[in-house]
Design a protein around this ligand. Sequence first.
Ligand SMILES: Cc1cc2nc3c(=O)[nH]c(=O)nc-3n(C[C@H](O)[C@H](O)[C@H](O)COP(=O)(O)O)c2cc1C
Length: 146
Amino acid sequence: MELIRLSYRSVRKPTTSDDIVINGIVMPSIRRNAREDVTGCLWCGPTRFFQTLEGPREGVERIYADIERDPRHTDVELLELRPIDIRSFERFSMKLIRARESDEIGRLVDATRPPGAADAAPEPRRRTAMQAIIDILIGAPAERMP
Ligand SMILES: Cc1cc2nc3c(=O)[nH]c(=O)nc-3n(C[C@H](O)[C@H](O)[C@H](O)COP(=O)(O)O)c2cc1C
């Protein structure tokens, strides 16, 4: 079975409150991701999202197709989709990380360009930058769920 990792960023709508993020997005995601054998992490900033999904290709792509159409955010940009050997968030159907002040992840997410963008870094550097974001997310404390 092919495992993939998919990461994207998007713009959080001002109407998408913290309550909507937790109860409307993350709680149902935990259930659906578990059904699809998908794990991952959602970084939630005041105005942006960054998310990594990992698991079997079909499940990840099915979920991402719904995410792309979700009206609670806009400007969904795929940053990376690649095969992986092992998962980074195997303990989490969806790990939620909320931005702290002077959040390093926010700056890294801002600096990332989608593959093929005119000002994108060369592929090896892009890949290293993506891994740097994911490594920080792995180490960051998860938000406690209600
Ligand atoms: C930023 C963001 C992240 C999301 N992440 C997930 C996710 O990891 N898994 C998931 O099933 N749905 C996620 N969703 C919700 C989907 O867009 C969609 O609402 C949901 O999958 C619909 O599921 P349903 O058809 O079972 O109701 C996310 C939505 C947003 C806005």
